[in-house]
Design a protein around this ligand. Structure first.
Ligand code: CAP
Ligand code: MG
Length: 423
């Protein structure tokens, strides 16, 4: 153990050339937060468990613990420690070996703030909220989306028909589920051809823009080929599971420069962020998703079937949608400069009865996505999609769902079925 505490410098004020990390640290028995923080800073920058020969030129690359407040610790990393355009490299330092150090009982990376030098190296989202709205011709309301259900097992024909019913009922976007790629029961190439045909048909019939989010998640070369195939067929969107694919693959996907929006699914994020004391927060994963250029990102609901606190979700939404964010208890200040916004997606166990809560808390710049909440409607997918759009319209009209559903049977049936009304 390094007892010198020479990675602590509480007088230091970062000046824009550092990458800042906010950690929550519970030190190992017998250590103070300060001692544990010192170990984190040295282990994630130029130190190791014992002394090695000191040379002046690398001493200036030391990470500095510059703020200690209870269990919260801020560390400034000189930008030169990193290869700017290499997300895996950055994560290997700031969220690498330190996660398993014996000097900490637990450690959680709560947030990260990138310096200008790093931001400059990334394209960021190609469309951003403005671009998505323009492409989809949707103004002043959340986008309504669905995930084809059941998530696995449907053949290509039934998948495409379900997508068509969703679009005709009123969905703007339809997405593949996170674990549908190219299985024996549903081949990727066949699926995208049929489903994109249905999107065209639905556009002609409704006069609205319809997006199909084809899941290209696969080994990186295969993923790029699949994205190319979607583009060749005139697709507007692709989707990728960012955590299971890995940030290197995600960077590659964005760097190719396809003319399609990228929707990011976060399957497996909870392995990192569910423990409030240990791991990597969703805020951090959202930071990297925006940096890497994801146009849309799942951030949770605060009300559906999956774990997530609405107040934290609100702060994550600000992080990805605003150009500047202020520091809070769980977040660091960030000026995103030229990096466009990422549109927040709420999904997971939602039905039309949840729409007022979502719009009240997360606003209009949102994708409201319902899988079971559309395809599970007692009158089928088309009615489910209609009910979802009706719920959005009710909120836009400043009417309660109860009132608005008096003359809209699809919404009423959904609300009764999912027990929105108390008996
Ligand atoms: C939702 C979903 C999404 C989750 C992901 C599912 O379906 O398709 O993957 O929303 O979670 O498979 O569960 P339902 P998150 O609408 O039928 O629940 O958005 O929190 O990342
Ligand atoms: Mg899913």
């Amino acid at each position: 153990m390094n007892k010198k505490l020479d990675f602590i410098n509480l007088k230091y004020r970062p000046k824009g050339k550092d990458l800042i990390c906010l950690f929550k640290i519970d030190p190992a028995k017998g250590l103070s937060v300060k001692e544990a923080a010192n170990t984190v800073a040295l282990e994630s920058s130029v130190g190791t468990w014992t002394s090695v020969k000191k040379i002046d030129y690398y001493e200036k690359l030391k990470a500095k613990v510059f703020s200690l407040g209870g269990h919260l610790v801020k560390i400034a990393y000189p930008q030169e420690l990193f290869e700017y355009d290499n997300i895996p490299n950055i994560l290997s330092s700031i969220a690498g070996n330190i996660m398993g150090m014996k000097a900490v009982n637990s450690i959680r990376l709560e947030d990260i703030s990138f310096p200008k030098s790093i931001l400059r190296k990334y394209k960021g989202p190609q469309y951003g909220i403005k671009g998505i709205r323009k492409m989809m011709k949707v103004k002043g309301r959340p986008l309504v989306g669905t995930i084809i259900k059941p998530k696995l097992g449907l053949n290509v024909r039934h998948h495409a028909e379900s997508a068509y019913e969703s679009w005709i009922g009123g969905c703007d976007i339809v997405k593949d589920d996170e674990n549908l790629s190219s299985q024996k029961f549903n081949n990727f190439e066949k699926r995208i051809a049929k489903t994109l045909d249905m999107a065209d048909k639905a556009e002609k019939e409704t006069g609205e823009k319809k997006g199909y989010l084809a899941n290209v998640t696969a080994e990186t070369n295969k993923m790029i080929q699949r994205a190319q195939a979607v583009q060749d067929l005139g697709g507007k969107y692709i989707m990728v599971d960012v955590i299971t694919s890995g940030w290197a693959a995600v960077q590659t996907l964005r760097e190719v420069g396809f003319k399609m929006a990228i929707h990011a699914h976060r399957a497996m994020h909870a392995a990192f962020d569910r423990n409030p004391d240990h791991g990597i927060s969703m805020m951090v994963m959202a930071d990297f998703a925006r940096l890497a250029g994801m146009d849309q990102l799942h951030i949770g609901t605060g009300i559906g079937k999956l774990e997530g606190d609405i107040n934290v979700i609100k702060e994550i939404e600000q992080e990805i949608e605003n150009s500047k964010v202020k520091e809070t208890k769980i977040r660091l200040e960030q000026n995103w400069r030229n990096i466009k916004s990422t549109l927040a997606v709420s999904s997971g166990g939602l039905h039309p009865g949840h729409v007022p809560f979502l719009m009240k808390n997360l606003g209009n710049d949102l994708v409201i996505q319902m899988g079971g909440g559309i395809h599970g409607h007692p009158d089928g997918t088309r009615a489910g999609a209609k009910a979802s759009r009706q719920a959005v319209n009710a909120v836009l009209n400043h009417q309660s769902l109860g009132e608005y559903s008096k003359l809209r049977k699809e919404l009423r049936r959904a609300l009764v079925y999912w027990k929105y009304f108390r008996k």
